[in-house]
Design a protein around this ligand. Sequence first.
Ligand code: KIV
Ligand code: ZN
Length: 534
Amino acid sequence: MTNKTDRIIIFDTTLRDGEQCPGATLNIDEKLVIAKQLARLGVDIIEAGFAFASPGDFEAVSKIAKIVGTENGPVICSLARAIKADIEAAAEALKPAVKARIHTFISTSDIHLEYQLRKSRAEVLAIAEEMVAYAKSFVTDVEFSPMDAARSDPEFLYQVLERTIAAGATTVNIPDTVGYTTPSEFGAIIKGIIENVPNIDQAIISVHGHNDLGLAVANFLEAVKNGARQLECTINGIGERAGNASLEELVMALHVRRQYFNPFLGRPEESQESLTNIDTRQIYKTSRLVSNLTGMLVQPNKAIVGANAFAHESGIHQDGVLKNKLTYEIMDAQLIGLTDNQIVLGKHSGRNAFRTRLKELGFELSDTELNKAFVRFKEVADKKKDISDWDLEAIVNDEIQQAPDLFRVELVQVSCGSNARPTATVTLRTPEGEELTDAAIGTGPVDAVYKAINRVVNVPNELIEFSVQSVTAGIDALGEVTIRLRYESKVFSGHAANTDIIVASAQAYVNALNRLYSALQRQEKPEEVSAQKL
Ligand code: KIV
Ligand code: ZN
């Protein structure tokens, strides 16, 4: 590959850098569900994790490599520090993948060298070169990242890139690790690399960036104009601190404005051909899946996938859109897979209709998953007359959520009102199969339910986020509850949908507690897990 490619390569790091944000921790099965959806979305490369970080990370990379890294599937990648043991773990975990990439990195900025690595430039140069060559002894596809490149001395950066490309790096990734750079500066860095690294035509230039100043997407687009051809991004922009560059924003900017970008990629301006391999109609579904499984809510005004992204509130806008959509809409909601939310199923719909509609919506469920989802569908249909596509999606996402099934909610009963003390009774089935009932009084019904659950589960924790969202309009709408709780330094999330928001609240809480409980059972002290991550 060379930088001459006229297509933008999408490298998704939701499962590696995205998963590093507090509370987004996913278990192996959830990572696999997301990886399958990323493959359907059409990403070119999935960074499945950091194999050396923990046995769980290793297993996740290995499982994704085996199940998603097929002949026609994406390249599967593992991150590795420029350390032999990391590279060996990555190579081992990636073995089942048909197309495997090792992504190795070391910092190159003086501030990182002095305070973090305590190494000289000469030492870093030698390590980078040696470790790229070592990675190359396992796989042909090697990516090298000079961490904090955007704050590195350009002359040193050029030297490191030249030597790592000579050692076998096929992609060189330029990270704005701290989200500090601005679009024109980032563009100039890429331009400088093309002009000053003699062998740069032997590698793809990639960019990676964090959103601390809200500039990550703009920086990437400027990088594309200057020769970058791989973009490292995450679904919903999740990631460390303010997150990573958001995949959906980049892809849709390149799609909607392709006539603007075409010439920078050597294409005729009028070309309608897509600049990426992404199936944009899978974007909305992927966004919802990642949000549900990570517990990281999407802000309503988030570009492309926010609840308000296609809503027109002002009278003038509504009037214009009714007369001609193009007056105030630059893209059709259907482009990202937002259907018209038609009513499709009801309580008399059978398993066949259910399966067919799910297939049309792009869900491929195993028989067991389908059976579970169908039972939930019938329960919901008993309470809610019309089941829309969005309800179906909420039901399926809920059912395929892979929170460990340790405690189970058997009963939730509340009594509350203006002159009553909110009281809750809950019955939980314990991991040993015992049914335990307890009751509590709270400041409101949800608080009472959570106190009663805590009396049964008995793991101290602090609730740090609780949110309820309605899946569709209407008094009988499904309510989706997302919660995040903290245990020591680690955050766990839970999510559930139900027509009864008190029941959904109980289920979401028990979901999060199950994740916490299972982390404790594995005797993986949560802070040790996060300390091993970057
Ligand atoms: O932000 C960063 O620099 C990274 C590197 C490991 C690429 O995530
Ligand atoms: Zn990063």
